[in-house]
Design a binder for this molecule. Structure first.
Ligand code: MUC
Ligand code: MG
Length: 372
């Protein structure tokens, strides 16, 4: 008799950030996690996380919509079903639910955690096995102040925590953004790599001007300079410059991957479990990219430890991640809701050991940070 899914509950958890995190479309002082707890008839609890950035400023899902749509529409499709066939359960969701990739990802993570615990294996093992146990992790400098960012970078380098840095552009005038990047590149020259993320803030003409200057300053990678919908524009920029373009908002899942490949895009894809509807969808996109000769980057939606661990299990299953990862979400948060956090050291993070995600909730802190 397979175990049956008996209940699925969701909680909104608000965790303060260690400093304001400034992106082109929002400044975050707090991150909201949607925590999913999925209980089955054999007494196992699987946990998952659905997280976005800045309310509705990153995608069409907000923390509140993730919670509401799981509670009202998605959980009822899963409750009463056998818990051990994740392909069948996700196919059932696919039949009845459009969109809502972040909510799906939270549920798929909880199902994988549950099944891993049931079989006594890690999520990475469920996904075929870990090729890597330690993954490189960059840090985003986004305090909004150039000197603070430089000080923060040197601190991270001295701690041997990060040696690649991402800068967030697009909130300021182009001239000011370029001055900011040039100062940081000059300060870090030879000690660390720098890449930038514009989060769609530029039009193509601004991008041509900006990228020429960024390339000259030694920036290694340019993430989503223009609108996610402008696939032809991103392809033109990738063909025009030597510095590679990283598609983020433009590539959610395999469908987008195929569109970019068909348009002739060359560059790299940012994988995120939240964009692809879960770890399995993100790995499917990775395979599409690999088939098209596109490099991979392990992306974050600035998730807490549960979402970050789920991503790490997925990324660990990939033979190569040419551009490393940005799985630093938990380090941006002042506190955590798990008993033991991830281990960051030697410019990267260790894959947590299973069963399941290898992560346990701290009930007291979860209660403290949960919305009433
Ligand atoms: C994004 O757009 O990539 C990832 C790192 C960071 O600082 O913001 C996120 C979102
Ligand atoms: Mg991005």
């Amino acid at each position: 008799m397979p175990a049956i899914i008996e209940s699925i509950t969701t909680q909104l958890v608000d965790l303060p950030t260690i400093r304001p995190h400034r992106l082109s479309m929002t400044t975050m002082a707090c991150q909201t996690l949607v925590i999913v707890r999925l209980r089955t008839s054999d007494g196992i609890e699987g946990i998952g996380e659905g997280t976005t950035i800045g309310g509705l400023s990153y995608s069409a899902e907000s923390p509140e919509s993730i919670k509401c749509n799981i509670d009202a529409w998605m959980a009822p499709l899963l409750i009463g079903q056998p818990a051990d066939n994740i392909n069948a359960l996700m196919a059932r969701l696919d039949r009845h639910v459009r969109g809502n990739a972040i909510a799906r990802s939270a549920l798929e993570t909880a199902l994988l955690d549950s099944q891993g615990k049931r079989l006594g294996v890690s999520v990475a093992e469920l996904l075929g096995g870990a090729v890597h146990k330690h993954l490189a992790v960059l840090w985003t400098l986004a305090s909004g102040d150039t000197q603070k960012d430089i000080d923060e970078a040197f601190q991270r380098l001295d701690e041997r925590r990060h040696q690649q840095f991402k800068l967030k552009l697009g909130a300021n005038a182009l001239r000011d953004d370029l001055r900011h990047v040039e100062s940081i590149c000059a300060a870090l020259d030879g000690r660390a790599g720098v890449q930038v993320d514009i989060n769609q803030a530029w039009d193509e003409a601004t991008a041509v001007q900006g990228i020429a200057a960024l390339e000259a300053a030694g920036v290694a990678l340019i993430e989503q300079p223009i609108s996610a919908r402008n696939v032809c524009g991103l392809t033109r920029l990738a063909n025009r410059f030597r510095v590679p373009m990283l598609a983020d908002e433009a590539v959610q899942d395999t469908g987008d991957g195929l569109t970019l490949l068909s348009a002739g895009f060359s560059g790299a894809f940012a994988l995120k479990i939240a964009k692809a509807g879960g770890p399995r969808g993100a790995l499917a996109l990775a395979r599409t990219a690999q088939a098209g000769g596109i490099g991979l980057y392990g992306g974050t939606m600035l998730e807490g430890t549960i979402g970050t661990a789920a991503s790490l299990h997925a990324w660990s299953a990939l033979p190569s991640l040419e551009w490393g990862t940005e799985m630093f979400g938990p380090l941006l948060l002042k506190d955590d809701i798990v008993t033991e956090g991830l281990r960051y050291h030697e410019f990267g993070v260790d894959l947590p050991r299973g069963p399941g995600l290898g992560i346990a909730l701290d009930e007291d802190r979860l209660r403290f940070y949960s919305r009433p």
